[in-house]
Each structure stands twice: as C-alpha cells, then as structure tokens.
Design a protein around this ligand. Structure first.
Ligand SMILES: [Zn+2]
Ligand SMILES: [Zn+2]
Ligand SMILES: [Zn+2]
Length: 251
C-alpha cells in the first residue's frame, strides 16, 4: 500500500519555468521565497525592499507553497532532444554537473587551429583556459568592456559576471585583404533562455559606430549574421586592436 502511494507521488508535468522568477527583479526564485501584500512573489534580495502598508504588518510573508514546488521540481537535461532521458533537481548544481559530462551533449572541436580536442560546449572554455592559456575577460551585461586583442590572437573568452555564461569573441582574418572580422558566439552548456545581442565597436575616440549582432549558441560553425570588420590600419600604437564590446539581454 505504501509503495503504491510512493509511486503515485511522481508524475510528469509541463511547467513554464519563467513563472519561477521574482515578480520584482525577474531573478530566478530559490528558497526562501517571499510574497508581498498583493501576493507577488519576491526573492530574498527583493524582500528587503518590501515596505509594509501599515506599521502592524511586515509587508511580506514567506511563500512556503511555492518553495515546496521549487524544491520538488526536477527538470530534463538540456540534451533531451539528443536522447538523454535524465531528470535532475531544479535546485543545486547536479544538473549543471550532469550536463557538462552528459554523453548526449554534442561535441565541438576546439576553436584553436590544429588542436584536435573535442568536448561539449560547457567544457570547451575550461580547455581553452587550461591548455591554450586563454585569459577570461569578465563583464556585466549592458556595460561596455574595453578589450585589446593582438592581430594574431584568434579569440578571447568573455564571461558574464552576472550569470557565469561564457562567450567567445572571434578574430578571423581575411587572407586577401588582411581585414579582421570580429564576432561573438555563446559557448555555454545550454542555450540561454533569453535572446542575447553583442554590440561591437572600435575603441577609437574619433569613431563611434556600434554594430549590434544577435548572439547564437556555438554550434561548431560560424553561426553569426554579421561581423565587425577592422582594416589593419586601425591597429593601435601598440600594434593591438582596441575594441569596445557590450553584451545585452533582451526580455
Ligand atoms: Zn527579486
Ligand atoms: Zn543528459
Ligand atoms: Zn584546443
């Protein structure tokens, strides 16, 4: 009888994950979850900003019901479309750990020419930093970052401080014209849930032309619709190319 009840506890349901976001800052909700006097869900950071309508109320209460939903939730591995049947807890790092090593994750060749290393997207950046000594440049979304790239440097890794998502800024050179083509791809384990744009410009004080390009998930090919083209005579005095890069998340 007990076993029957246990089996009945699990069912597969479909859920729109965006409902598990804070109604105030849109951040991902994890326990403790609160709600304000109007019933809107608030994360623990936003809870501190909730002001009571009268001195007799605190302005918020814990939302234990929503916490229970979040705690009991398991979500499919992001490689389910490739055949993985694993469901892992929504909370904690077990899903990220699984996806990194998931045998169904499509493997990509290392970006560096002549390197035969292959791994899923989530492990490529780790390989680039460990084996090819590629430095990670940290940035915040919406905030322009100035980077200097050597004309011979094939790429830079850009990591969002906000959510840890990795991007690669490619520097490919057209052999005939020697013009440099710059573009950005996302190199995170799973496809970001929101549309991301890169804005690229030459960090030349006299010129301010930003190129806005949608950022795609790295799929082993050059998956970009446009490049920022920089002719060799725009090298800086130190022989490097100075760029301004800013990344934007569209709601
Ligand atoms: Zn919040
Ligand atoms: Zn998997
Ligand atoms: Zn490599």
């Amino acid at each position: 009888m007990e076993a029957k009840e246990e089996a009945a506890e699990w069912t597969t349901a479909r859920l729109k994950l965006h409902i598990l976001r804070c109604d105030l800052c849109n951040g991902r909700l994890t326990p403790p979850v609160y709600q304000n006097e109007q019933g809107f869900a608030a994360c623990h950071k936003c809870q501190k900003t909730l002001t009571p309508s009268s001195s007799s109320t605190p302005g918020y209460i814990r939302n234990h019901a929503l916490e229970k939903v979040i705690e009991s939730l398991s979500i499919p591995c992001s490689h389910s479309a490739h055949g993985c049947n694993e469901y892992l807890p929504y909370l904690g790092s077990s899903i990220a750990n699984h996806e990194k090593d998931c045998s169904y994750a499509p493997r990509r060749r290392c970006f560096i020419k002549k390197c035969a290393f292959e791994a899923p997207n989530g492990a490529l950046v780790q390989h680039l930093t460990a084996e090819h000594r590629i430095k990670i440049h940290y940035f915040s979304y919406e905030v322009p970052l100035r980077v200097s790239i050597d004309p011979d440097e094939p790429l830079l890794v850009l990591r969002a401080s906000d959510d840890g998502v990795d991007f690669v800024l490619f520097n490919s050179v057209d052999k005939c014209s020697e013009y440099h083509n710059f573009s950005v791809v996302c190199c995170s384990q799973s496809r970001p849930s929101k549309k991301i744009f890169s804005k690229l410009a030459l960090a030349d004080e006299g010129i301010e032309i930003w190129l806005k390009i949608p950022v795609e998930q790295w799929d082993g090919l050059f998956c970009t619709t446009a490049f920022l083209v920089v002719p060799p005579y725009f090298y800086g005095p130190d022989g490097k190319i100075d760029l301004k890069v800013s990344m934007h998340v569209e709601d």
